[in-house]
Design a protein around this ligand. Structure first.
Ligand code: ZN
Length: 285
């Protein structure tokens, strides 16, 4: 006996046994199906990049390199040392251009600016020596990106790049190793020994970045690596903190807070100041 029993008496016998909510259920089901279809498919890393064509300033060859699409990936946060975090892609992987013919590599912003002397140095000391590993993925894996950064760093050394350029490669290499470690960790593939190695390598790059930026600030002009003086001061302070140079970190922060820097930078400096205080307490000095 259902709620519709007895409809026959009302002349509606053919509706006996109907399901009152049938239509709604169907409608709900349809809505759920539609929602599932509309739910954005998690984009893959390859969806955030495209092949851009470059002309090599060393050997004049044309080649393609994978670069990030502008405005497609969503920036969610920044690390203390300004490493950007995007959803679905690690932008740092895509900031080195590498010519597969002569093996010249550099950060995108420095790739084309070459003097004839630098071209000569790269041809002489890089082109015949570097052997590239084969890679088959449709995006840059961390292994491949790390290889590209290593070649970029060697090229920067060989072409006698400014300290800021070398420091910037070190900083981004540190970001890359951090990203690699986090990716392995999220996939539960990070072995204890590898964690130690990656953390140690990241620290070495951070130390070199810190040293390089301190030197660069003594002799180079702003903007440096695309950053103004205040942003660079903040970054150096953050790096000083990360490598455990707390006195240096404090000096940079004090200088920043007394400067004409904008509130955004000063707020970050204030946060860093608190972290320095906490770190000193933790270390008992
Ligand atoms: Zn080339």
């Amino acid at each position: 006996m259902g709620i519709f029993s007895g409809l026959k008496n009302l002349g509606l016998g053919d509706l006996e046994g109907s399901d009152l909510f049938a239509e709604e259920e169907k409608a709900e089901q349809a809505a759920a199906t539609a929602a599932a279809a509309a739910e954005p498919v998690q984009p893959e890393e390859k969806d955030f990049i495209f092949d851009r064509s470059f002309t090599c300033p060393v050997c004049d060859s044309t080649f393609t390199s994978r670069v990030m699409k502008t405005g497609k990936a969503k920036l969610v946060s920044m690390d203390l040392d300004l490493r950007p975090r995007y959803v679905g892609i690690d932008a740092t992987k895509y900031d080195v251009e590498l010519c597969p013919h002569c093996k010249y590599a550099a950060l995108t912003r420095y790739f084309t600016a070459m003097t004839p002397g630098q071209v000569h140095l790269i041809k002489e000391q890089i082109s015949n020596k570097v052997k590239l590993q084969p890679h088959t993925e449709d995006y840059y894996t961390y292994e491949e990106a790390i290889e590209r950064y290593k070649i970029a760093l060697v090229c920067a050394m060989v072409k006698k790049a400014k300290n800021s350029e070398k420091a910037y490669i070190c900083l981004k290499s540190a970001w890359l190793l951090r990203g690699y470690r986090e990716e392995l960790e999220s996939k539960r593939q990070l072995l204890p020994q590898q964690r130690e190695e990656l953390t140690q390598q990241e620290m070495e790059y951070l130390q070199n970045a810190f040293k390089g930026f301190v030197e660069a600030q003594k002799s180079e002009r702003y903007p440096m690596c695309g950053m103004d003086e205040y942003t660079m001061d903040y970054l150096t302070a953050a790096l000083a903190y990360e490598v455990g140079e707390l006195d240096m970190a404090s000096q940079y922060v004090s200088r920043l807070l007394a400067s004409m820097a904008n509130n955004r930078v000063k707020d970050k400096a204030r946060d860093l100041k608190e972290m320095i205080v906490d770190k000193r307490k933790e270390l008992g000095n």
